[in-house]
Each structure stands twice: as C-alpha cells, then as structure tokens.
Design a protein around this ligand. Structure first.
Ligand SMILES: Cc1cc2nc3c(=O)[nH]c(=O)nc-3n(C[C@H](O)[C@H](O)[C@H](O)COP(=O)(O)OP(=O)(O)OC[C@H]3O[C@@H](n4cnc5c(N)ncnc54)[C@H](O)[C@@H]3O)c2cc1C
Length: 488
C-alpha cells in the first residue's frame, strides 16, 4: 500500500477519528488546530450545564470506549477529558500542532499535493487534506441595536467568560434553544433574577439522565468481556431506537409526528402548572422542524420565583439593559447570548483553493454541497468530515464521523488499486447525489413551509441535514464507487 501523508485541520472528535484511523491504516498525518487543546465543540463550550444530548454509550467512538463516564448523558468537561484521553491512548500528540489556525490550503496539480499555511507562518505539505472544521463553532450574535453600548458583562454561551460571577446578579439570557435549555437551569440557581428572552418556543422531551454507578464502572475491571458485551448491546439498542423510532418524527408522516407531539406535550403539561407559561412554551410549528430539545430541568427552572420568561423580542440594548418590542426596559448586570452558531453560510476559516482557481468558500457561497458530504468536484484529495448535509436531529454525529473516516480510508485504497495519486468526484456524480438527497429531504418535516431553522438557507434549501435514517447513510458510503470519480 502506498503510504499517504494527510494534513488534518481540526482536532475535534472528527479530526481525532481521522488521525486514529489513518494511522491504523498505515498512513501518516499532521493534526492542526487553532485551539490550544483537542476536543473542538467540547473544548469551546464550557457554559454551566453543557452536556451531551445523546446517551454517551452511542456518542463515544465505537472503537474507543471509555470506562470513565459517570452519567448516561455526561457533562461537557467529561467529554473534553475523553477527547484528551483518546489523543493520549492513540499517541496522536507527536503529530499535533495546536494553537495555530490554518489560513490557506492550496492544491498543486503538478506535485499532486496540498500546501497548508498557518497564521503562525508554518507550512505543511500533504497528499491528502482532511477538513475536520466542524459545523457548530462560529458563534452567532443577534443583530440588536446598541449591543456594543452595554456596560455590564456580555458573553456568548460558546465563549463563556469564567471570570464573570453570576452570583446574586440580574442576568438576561437571550435564546431558548439547545444551549439555552442547558445553561438556564444553572444560571437560575445562582442569579438574583433571571430573564429569559424567548423568540421561538421549542418542543422539549425528557432527558432521563441517570448516573453510571461505581459498581457498573467496576464491571470493566472485574468482568471486562461482559462489560464490553453489555456496552455494545446498550449502544445498539440506543442506536436502533434513535434510527428507527426517533427518525419517524422527521418523516412527514402523521404517526411519527403524533408520537413525538404527545411525548413533548405530556412533558410540558407534567412540568409546567401555570397555564399562561404553558401557552408561551407551546410551539406553533410541527415537532421536529427545529432541533427537538432534551431536558428535565428547563421547564422547572422557568417556574422559579426568580425567573421570568419574556416572549417579546429584544429590539435594542443600551448601557444598562435591554428593551423589548412592547417598549419595556429591563436593567441587567450580565447579558448571555445563547443564540447558536452561523451554520448555512459555511464560510470556512481556511481559504481552500482547488483546481481551475476555485475557492471552496466561493463555490459554497450560495449552496454548499459535496459528494456524500465528503468529497468535492475540483478539489482533489480533499475529504470533509461533518460536511454539507451530514448533520442530524435524531442520532449521534460521531456515527456519521466514523462512516466518513472509513470512507476516506477506503478511498485511499482505491487510489492504490487504480495506481492513481489523486481523486475527486465527477461533477455529474456530485449533482446526482445532491439531487437525490434534496428530493428525499422534500419528504421530511424540514421542507414544511411552516418550518424555519438553522438547517435551511434563506431561499429554503436544506444544506445542513442528512435526508434519512443514518443506516441509509452508512449504506450509501460503505463502498467507494470508483466510476463516480476522476482519477489522476
Ligand atoms: C453545545 C453543543 C452540544 C452538542 N451536543 C451534541 C450531542 O449531544 N450529540 C451530537 O451528536 N452532537 C452534538 N453536537 C455537535 C458536535 O459539534 C459534534 O457532535 C462533534 O463534536 C463535531 O466534531 P467535529 O470534530 O466535526 O467538529 P468540532 O468539534 O467543531 O471541531 C472542529 C475543530 O476545528 C478547528 N478549526 C476550525 N477552523 C480551524 C482553522 N482554520 N485552523 C485550525 N483549526 C480549526 C476548531 O478549533 C475545532 O477544534 C453539539 C454541538 C454543540 C455546539
């Protein structure tokens, strides 16, 4: 086998998986990240309450189980420790270049290599470029008049400022989605008063988190085979439930919607006694349209005496606080923006230049697309992880990352078999792939005209999400169809 040298940009769970599997397949790599530590999402999101929304039995990498989990849905720091643990376990550190952002990557057709340059002035050359930049790490700030004038502390949930104490403070949280429902219960416990600004209510279902007992952890030492077997079966059960049952909600079928509408409505009715509050928290759009949230403590937090839910939008901010559309002004010591991420615009922080002078960000300016979410026409030997149309609302992203990495490793074998140095998908194959998934996406709840979410571009194209069951994705990328590629 011809050994390839890969430059991997991004040391989140995607980049780490790529490094491990490339190494196992006999290739070499350099792993670059602008952060000082590995972990990506879990390094960057340190707000109180940050946690996994997928049971860890399924979220941890299938080939790298850990015995250190203390809960079914672990908190962020535990997942961050896991990322560090696997960087050590697979001896990736000698190949890591941290704290230095990649700024450009250029393909040279003559030498069939990528040259990557970093902010710190370093240059890396490789046969393969792995774009493991993630989808959710460009914090989105709302465009609110006067935001800069606020004299108190303000922060985004994904850039938590741990030097700011919230103890006894008047705090405003803007946002009510995935990060907000995790941070709000924690802030409510310590703030003197908390105002939650909700633009859109979300469908929320129970989390039912449970601790992993020391006895369960010890099973790994006393009966490792049984523990591994149980872990595997548990993982499969959670996966099957997510892929068969949870997926149904995203299909545009009555049955799927009804099941999840009932689960979420019962949860709301059980947890919120105040009919006015319940009304404010009831979405007017179909379940599954936006990310379904998972929380046991969000609704109870909103019923606390020191917490107020405001549904009028924030129209302006001044030195002391925020004013809503009804003209009401509230003063705050701290404003927290749990307003999510820039998603559909992609706009990678690396300028990737392929053939014919093409820049990836320009190609993706309107409608980002790839073949299988992984490779892109005119960008030879570029493999993307968590690329266009590979996000999920019902299952673990790590499942997708593993399938994408396996695909890349197989693609390198294909190069070998065909005695080629470079490959890129034919434009016709890329178009076919995208036409098929866009047609399939039309059958999902996301296509409902009443559905607006970060999954869609302004003109309504769904560029973030995979279109079906994840087992269908696994099947679609199980083999590399050499005929779909131009080889050189
Ligand atoms: C708060 C939060 C909770 C989440 N919870 C879940 C969950 O419960 N289940 C689930 O399946 N998914 C969840 N996700 C999605 C999560 O992003 C994925 O599960 C997974 O962590 C993605 O890994 P990644 O490596 O693809 O991307 P990331 O973790 O985003 O890593 C990308 C890396 O690329 C680096 N990078 C970017 N640009 C450059 C550059 N120019 N130069 C060098 N390095 C660069 C970044 O610094 C980062 O380290 C969550 C996301 C967030 C934000």
């Amino acid at each position: 086998m011809a050994q390839k040298h890969a430059i991997i940009i991004g040391a989140g769970l995607g980049g780490l998986t790529a490094a491990i599997k490339l190494q196992e397949a006999g290739h070499t790599f350099e792993l670059l990240d602008r952060n000082p530590k590995v972990g990506g999402t879990w390094y960057e999101n340190t707000y109180p309450g940050v946690a996994c929304d997928v049971p860890v039995a399924l979220y941890q990498l299938s080939f790298a189980q850990s015995i250190n989990w203390t809960r079914a849905y672990p908190q962020g720091p535990e997942i961050q420790a896991y990322a560090e643990e696997i960087a050590d376990r697979y001896q990736l550190r000698p190949h890591m270049h941290m704290n230095d952002a990649a700024v450009s990557a250029e393909w040279d057709e003559k030498s069939k290599t990528w040259t990557v340059k970093t902010e710190g002035g370093k240059t890396f050359k490789g046969d393969v470029l792995v774009g493991a930049l993630g989808q959710l790490n460009r914090p989105s700030w709302p465009d609110i008049e006067g935001l800069e004038s606020f004299r108190g502390d303000k922060m985004h949930s994904a850039r938590w400022d741990h030097s700011v104490s919230l103890e006894g403070k008047r705090v405003g949280v803007v946002g009510s989605a995935a990060s907000a429902v995790q941070v709000i219960p924690e802030v409510a416990k310590i703030a003197s008063h908390l105002t939650v600004f909700q633009r859109t209510p979300n469908w929320v279902t129970p989390r039912r988190d449970v601790p992993i007992t020391p006895q369960e952890q010890a099973l790994m030492f006393t009966e490792p085979e049984t523990a591994m077997d149980l872990g595997q079966r548990n993982r499969q059960l959670i996966y099957d439930n997510a892929d068969h049952f949870f997926w149904k909600v995203f299909e545009w079928t009555e049955a799927g919607r009804e099941a999840y509408t009932t689960i979420a409505t019962n949860h709301l009715n059980e947890q919120v006694k105040d009919p006015e509050l319940r009304k404010k928290l009831t979405p007017d759009y179909p379940v599954g349209c936006r990310r379904i949230l998972i929380s046991d403590d969000y609704f109870p937090a909103l019923e606390r005496d020191n917490v107020e839910l405001v549904t009028e939008g924030v129209v302006s901010v001044n030195e002391t606080g925020a004013t809503t559309s009804d003209g009401m002004h509230r003063d705050f010591d701290v404003l927290i923006f749990a307003t999510g991420f820039e998603t559909t615009g992609w706009n990678w922080s690396v300028d990737v230049k392929g053939l014919k002078g093409k820049h990836l960000n320009e190609e993706w300016a309107d409608h980002p697309e790839a073949y299988a979410g992984i490779t892109v026409a005119d960008f030879p030997n570029l493999f993307i992880l968590y690329g266009p149309n590979t996000n999920l609302g019902h299952n673990s992203i790590t499942f997708m990352l593993e399938r994408q990495v396996e695909y890349m490793v197989k693609a390198l074998l294909t190069l070998d078999e065909k005695s080629a140095d470079a490959m890129m998908p034919k434009k016709s194959a890329q178009d076919r792939w995208n036409n098929e998934i866009q047609a399939q996406l039309q059958k999902t709840v996301w296509a409902d005209p009443a559905c607006n979410s970060w999954y869609k571009t302004e003109d309504g194209l769904i560029t973030q999400n995979w279109s079906s069951h994840t087992r269908d994705y696994a099947k679609a990328v199980a083999e590399v169809k050499a005929d779909d590629y131009e080889l050189a």
